[in-house]
Design a protein around this ligand. Structure first.
Ligand SMILES: Nc1ncnc2c1ncn2[C@@H]1O[C@H](COP(=O)(O)OP(=O)(O)OP(=O)(O)O)[C@@H](O)[C@H]1O
Ligand SMILES: [Mg+2]
Length: 334
């Protein structure tokens, strides 16, 4: 297997023409996704995530720029070559998109039938995949008889029948409850590890990225504003838009005027930072949010603290932070 990136987007632009008005959904996107990676793309609603993922398999033709898949520029392929490349890219969606008149088994074998196999030829592979996603016992159930999580399992099995090199997931867990989301994410991770399928995960939730992605790109208004390892982007976001995104949704538009973010860049996890602030400055702080983790005895993560209203107390705390090399920064609205 080659070490070349499996997907490379070069100067990708996509504009839509709505009533004579040009809307730039994607502006000059450059992105490299390595083979075997679980790569996350996160952004707010309307940021251009679905357009981006649809450009990867050319469901959407870029206005300009190139989409390289396994070294070939998809925009230059013949229709037959493009069909073949597309079979190497499975896709799953938020709303599952199953065929309601077909059973689970019939849904899973559908791509093979489209490729010219008879039902009988396609059955063994379809059954094998239903087994892998843990739904063999429900092979004769219709989508209406399955839960959301089960429907997504059928959709995953269907996306894998043609042995794709890439699985594209557009908000695949956004319609599911947290426990079901976790089980689907575990399944995707397992498929990546066992079958070597490269996965592209589109989401608006940082928790999804945090759970399974090796790398992440943040998209905002059609532009990739940050990219890196999940840990890097999660714990050291460089832009205010990214900082907002890595917080839970409820905190993204904080009503608290004195909210400050305390960032842990690998301080000792045994150091009681917040207690020290309170003891040394003699004023209380309110912890609004905390997400820190211990990696080899060092603390990484962030807390959102509400500092006192009194400017003098606040200044004391900020001063303490400065003299103790703590990163404590005011949260601004973006
Ligand atoms: N087929 C289309 N025709 C016209 N405009 C479109 C089309 N598809 C997307 N857009 C516009 O492009 C922009 C990006 O949309 P896109 O669906 O890619 O965003 P998204 O990040 O997937 O959002 P969401 O999180 O809500 O799914 C939006 O302004 C949208 O209105
Ligand atoms: Mg979308």
């Amino acid at each position: 297997m080659s070490d070349d990136p499996i997907i490379r987007l070069v100067n990708l632009r996509k504009t839509f023409n709505i009533k004579g008005k040009e809307i730039a959904a994607l502006a000059d996107i450059n992105l490299t996704i390595n083979r075997g990676d679980i790569f996350g793309i996160i952004g707010k609603s309307g940021a251009g995530k679905s357009t981006l993922v649809r450009c990867i398999n050319l469901l959407e033709r870029p206005t300009s720029g190139s989409v390289f898949f396994e070294g070939a520029d998809l925009c230059l392929l013949s229709p037959a070559e493009l069909r073949k490349a597309r079979r190497s890219m499975g896709m799953i969606f938020q709303q599952f998109n199953l065929l309601m008149q077909r059973t689970a088994l019939e849904n899973v074998r559908f791509p093979l039938e489209l490729a010219g196999q008879s039902a009988r030829e396609a059955n063994p592979r379809a059954l094998e995949l239903l087994e892998i996603v843990g739904l063999a016992s429900r092979k004769d159930a219709y989508p209406a008889q399955l839960s959301g999580g089960q429907k997504q399992r059928v959709a995953i099995a269907r996306a894998l029948t043609t042995n794709p090199a890439v699985l594209l997931c557009d908000e695949a867990t956004s319609a599911l409850d947290p426990a079901t989301t976790d089980s689907i994410l575990s399944l995707i991770k397992e498929i990546n590890a066992k079958m070597g399928v490269t996965v592209v995960v589109i989401t608006h939730e940082m928790s999804v990225i945090d759970k399974i992605c090796d790398h992440v790109a943040i998209i905002s208004k059609g532009v990739i504003i940050e990219e890196g390892s999940t840990e890097q982007v999660f714990f050291h976001p460089a832009t205010e838009a990214a900082r907002k995104l890595v917080l839970p949704e409820a905190l993204q538009n904080l009503p608290h005027p004195n909210a400050y973010r305390l960032i842990f860049n690998g301080r000792s996890s045994f150091e009681p930072v917040v207690s020290n602030i309170v003891l040394n400055c003699g004023c209380p702080v309110n912890i609004l949010y905390a997400d820190t983790r211990d990696i080899g005895g060092q603390a990484f993560g962030q807390m959102v603290l509400e500092l006192p209203e009194d400017p003098k107390s606040r200044e004391r705390i900020l001063n303490y932070a400065r003299t103790h090399s703590l990163v404590l920064e005011e949260m601004k609205n973006v």
